[in-house]
Ligand binder design. Structure first.
Ligand code: ADP
Ligand code: MG
Length: 279
């Protein structure tokens, strides 16, 4: 579980708060999506969840963040990283080895995993992420989606309770983007990992996340089950977040026909809603 309590943070060099009085609880097993316009504080909030803030970025930090019961301010980053695995926005800067299996081994050795366990953990992580066939490939020969999976596998090998990802599909085509989310769903549902992901592709995110948190100007302006959040179209438009078309469609359909239409999050649902209204 992640508990963010009255969190306010200002980077040392900055004149304004990057996060202001943020309160958020992410229960174990949740799949939370975070959306919001550029500069809203999404990356900063993820850094606070992983402990990178306050440990690696100087600034004014008020409030508290607890991860698995540990207060991030009172615990070392190395201990926190056993609980929370982070995939940064620039995934290439995170990968240090030149061969896939070395990248995963590096983390396992660094974490002091006993030697006799390392082989099994490596094989299991590759399998869980579905990249066993890439084991001996060079990183340079991989596609963006494959590199994203390597970064995820090297975290999964360390068996964190929580995975935190910053725009993991930012550089990916629609097919690979969907693959990454399908993988996150498997890790969430079958391997019990809590997933927190910042994502611009709201339609895709909405299909996979259980809940959404909307950040704007350092504040959480809405949080709740996906459909509830997407039904507040005026809010999303006001803060400049691209509202998924299916949700826009269902709201227009309701407005124009004067009937009750549930919020749709996929094209299939929108078609179904239209059918019902047209009788
Ligand atoms: N390292 C940093 N130093 C100073 N200010 C920063 C730093 N990183 C982000 N900020 C500022 O904090 C605010 C939130 O940024 P960020 O968390 O990166 O937003 P998002 O990920 O939603 O685009 C912005 O105003 C940004 O300029
Ligand atoms: Mg960001």
């Amino acid at each position: 579980m992640i508990e963010v309590q009255s969190l306010t943070f200002r980077y040392e060099v900055s004149e304004r708060d990057a996060l202001r009085d943020v309160n958020l609880t992410v229960p174990d097993g949740a799949f939370l999506g975070i959306i919001g316009p550029a500069g809203a504080g999404k990356t900063t909030l993820l850094h606070c969840m992983s402990g990178i803030i306050p440990h690696a970025f100087p600034g004014d930090f008020y409030g508290a963040v607890r991860v698995g019961g540990l207060d991030t301010a009172d615990n070392r980053l190395t201990d926190l990283s056993r609980l929370v695995g982070t995939v940064f926005q620039d995934v290439d800067s995170q990968i240090i080895s030149s061969v896939v299996e070395d990248e995963i081994l590096y983390g396992l050795e660094n974490f002091g995993v006993p030697h006799e366990e390392i082989g099994d953990r490596l094989t299991a992580a590759l399998e869980q992420v579905g990249i066993s066939s890439l084991r001996e490939r060079t990183i340079a020969s991989l596609s963006g989606g494959q590199r994203q999976k390597v970064a995820i596998a090297s975290l999964v090998a360390l068996r964190p309770q929580i995975l935190v990802l910053d725009e993991p599909t930012g550089e990916l085509d629609p097919f690979s983007s969907r693959q990454i989310f399908t993988l996150l769903r498997t890790l969430n549902r079958e391997h019990g990992m809590t997933v927190v992901v910042v994502e611009q592709k709201i339609m895709l995110l909405s299909e996979f996340a259980d809940r959404l948190a909307v950040l704007n100007d350092g504040e959480i302006v809405k949080e709740g089950p996906v459909r509830g959040v997407l039904s507040d179209i005026p809010l999303l438009e006001r803060i400049g977040v691209n509202c998924p078309r299916a949700a826009l469609f269902s709201s227009l359909l309701a407005e124009k026909t004067g009937t009750e239409v549930p919020v749709c999050v996929s094209a299939e649902e929108a078609v179904e809603a239209a059918r019902r209204v047209m009788g």
